[in-house]
Write a protein that binds this ligand. Structure first.
Ligand code: ASP
Length: 301
């Protein structure tokens, strides 16, 4: 069975000055996930490993480097899904966990699907994941951005078209033919405290089903949720056969139906990658067995 992996580091305007760091982060995410798949590891372990690396890279809006909400705090969302069993685990509005995706993985192994806020942080203690200080996750770049946004009061999709807020995600196919997907984010800048986006919601921010494929979304959560972007896109793989066409179909629908901006990465059940975005840029990378890592940031023509 072919192994295959695709990751993203967020869809928005990515300034030229930050392109190299985005590409490098994506490459490191691929390397981490690929090492797991190559050693015969599971798709779930591979997407968790890839997303942990992306969460730790301060350039992305996930884990360390997350954007700040209107109170100037970090609130992160993450989820992971297993395409073999359709089990999933998500966490939302958590503040003091260095790698939210690993907490989501523990939720997947529990008997609930989604945990939020204080309850999620208490659950973390129970499974041995230590809390960190919020300050350890906040980077100077986001403090500066927050001060500027605060002054302008902006909180809408249009206001943020020019701002990078780089959610991360990964989809993998392992040697046993199992697909998994994972997404992690700090959300959108200056969001309302308690606001939860698409990222931890199965069907919206991610989806994985061995029978069709897997996907991870990025973009304006309030739009993505309305069209269940990840489920729409994986269903479209079934319909169109080609994950590239499926991704384009889903992103076109996102814009046509609710005026949304964002992007999606996909793997078909045979490991064929697909991706599309309607933002100026999206950081992405993929690798399919027998090939080299492909990394990109500009629209695919
Ligand atoms: N989808 C994320 C959210 O709305 C943000 C992003 O992907 O940039 O929380």
């Amino acid at each position: 069975m072919t192994i295959s992996l695709i990751v993203h580091g967020g869809a928005w305007e990515i300034p030229d000055a930050e392109v190299a760091e985005h590409r490098e982060g994506v490459e490191r995410g691929i390397a981490a996930g690929w090492a797991v798949l190559e050693a015969g590891g599971s798709a779930l372990d591979a997407v968790e490993a890839a997303v942990r690396v992306l969460e730790d890279a301060p350039i992305f809006d996930a884990g360390t480097g997350s954007v700040l909400n209107s109170d100037g705090n970090i609130e992160m969302d993450a989820a992971i899904m297993d395409g073999q069993t359709l089990r999933s685990g998500g966490v939302a509005a958590i503040s003091r966990i260095k790698n939210p995706i690993s907490l989501a993985r523990h939720v997947l192994d529990s008997d609930v699907v989604l945990l939020v806020g204080q309850g999620a942080e208490r659950f973390a203690e129970g499974v041995g994941i230590p809390r960190c200080q919020a300050e350890e996750l906040i980077v100077e770049r986001e403090r500066i951005r927050w001060a500027k946004i605060k002054a302008s009061g902006a909180r809408t999709q249009d206001a943020f078209m020019g701002q990078p807020h780089d959610t991360v995600g990964a989809v993998a196919l392992d040697q046993h033919g199992n697909i998994a997907a994972a997404t992690s984010t700090g959300g959108t800048p200056n969001k309302m405290p308690g606001r939860v986006g698409d990222s931890p919601l199965i069907g919206a921010g991610l989806y994985a089903d061995n029978q069709t494929g897997g996907g991870s979304s990025t973009g304006w959560g309030e739009s993505i949720i309305k069209v269940l972007l990840a489920k729409t896109a994986t269903d479209a793989i079934d319909r169109f056969g080609d994950p590239m066409i499926a991704a384009r179909h889903a992103v076109d629908l996102l814009h046509r139906r609710v005026g949304g901006y964002g992007g999606i990465i996909l793997l078909g059940s045979d490991g064929t990658p697909g991706l599309a975005f309607n933002t100026p840029r999206m950081a992405y990378g993929y690798r399919v067995q027998g090939g080299e890592t492909v990394v990109g940031i500009d629209p695919v023509v």
